[in-house]
Write a protein that binds this ligand. Structure first.
Ligand SMILES: Cc1ncc(COP(=O)(O)O)c(C=O)c1O
Length: 330
């Protein structure tokens, strides 16, 4: 037991000296000392003092198959020995990325997939895809992305700009609602009935909040709106599930015209029918067709999007270059 406590003190000292934690008050954390996790199996974690803990948060909502899965360790080991890394920038590809993409196409209603390192990066990429898409259509004025207050879309500059959490914007040099080099973002209210519903019935409140999207589009002008970004339910915002009817109202807006979410009446996605489960309301899941889905940690490194935009972007080398900033280097 003493050994374990010594380990804890040792790790805490080194952690305080050399490691900066994200989303943390480092002064307070270093004074209190970090919680050192040393091992995991199934749904359990063990800390440096030998305590077993149920990992109710599944890592950071991303360990969705549990810890200690031998088949994943063995597959990773085999691949690390065979081909640990290669890029796909320069006309190359490799079996793991091909096979994963084909599998995802089988499992989802999307056909093509672009890989990033995180959900933040996926949303950043989605933003660039949306702007590029409208530019290729000759509609460069379609710059605004409508997002929701208290939304979380990641921790990059684009992610925090799209997100609607005030304390994250305090770190930004310019007000988020103003046009910025990153994005023109306009926010509408969140569908949080418990916190903001007042005397309204839950259904009426959901409809009112959904219709704010239409009102915002009319305010900005449909010709200026490029996309609407949302979370199926607000995770970081407080596990907020919209009232029943909210997503159906949003979906009705998409069907009514062609500006939001970057898709038109026909829809871009040529999925195998049925769309994708992307709306989660209180009590049930709603199936909506969308142009892009950016998983965060859940499908780590995956950013699927349907084929029509992809075809547009990949049909022209110049577009590829401007789409990917790394390729823009001289
Ligand atoms: C809805 C949503 N979008 C984006 C992100 C950012 O993903 P990542 O942490 O992988 O950068 C998260 C992370 O939890 C998220 O919940």
């Amino acid at each position: 037991m003493n050994d374990r406590i010594d380990d804890t003190a040792h790790y805490r000292t080194l952690d305080a000296a050399h490691h900066i934690h994200p989303f943390s008050d480092m002064g307070a954390l270093n004074r209190a000392g970090s919680h050192v996790i040393v091992r995991a199996d199934g749904v359990y974690l063990w800390d440096s003092e030998g305590r077993r803990i149920v990992d109710g948060m599944a890592g950071l909502w991303c360990v969705n198959v549990g810890y200690g899965r031998r088949e994943l360790a063995e597959a990773t080991f085999a691949q690390m020995n065979m081909l640990p890394y290669y890029n796909t920038f320069f006309k190359t590809t490799h079996p793991p990325v091909i096979e994963l993409s084909a599998l995802l196409a089988e499992l989802t209603s999307f056909e093509r997939f672009l890989y990033c390192n995180s959900g933040s990066e996926a949303n950043d990429t989605a933003l660039r895809v949306v702007h590029r898409y409208w530019a290729l259509q000759g509609k460069r004025d379609k710059r605004y992305v409508i997002a929701r207050k208290n939304a979380y879309h990641g921790s990059t500059i684009a992610g925090t700009t799209l997100g609607g959490m005030d304390y994250m914007h305090e770190q930004m040099p310019s007000p988020v609602e103003m046009p910025s080099p990153v994005a023109h973002v306009a926010h509408i209210d969140q569908p949080y009935w418990y916190g903001e519903g007042g005397a309204a019935s839950v259904e009426d409140f959901g409809i009112e909040r959904a219709r704010q999207l239409e009102a915002k589009i009319l305010e900005l002008g449909a010709d200026h709106v490029a996309a609407f970004i949302d979370e199926p339910f607000q995770g970081a915002g407080g596990m907020i599930f919209p009232p029943p009817g909210y997503w159906r109202e949003i979906e009705a807006l998409f069907r009514a015209d062609a500006w939001a979410r970057g898709r038109g009446r026909r829809g871009f996605g040529r999925g195998k029918g049925g769309g994708l489960f992307v709306g989660v309301e209180r009590g049930h899941v709603v199936c909506l067709r969308v142009s892009m889905v950016c998983p965060s940690k859940r499908i780590r490194r995956a950013s699927p999007r349907p084929c029509r935009e992809y075809a547009l972007l990949s049909s022209d080398a110049e577009h590829q270059t401007s789409f990917n900033p790394l390729r823009s280097r001289p």
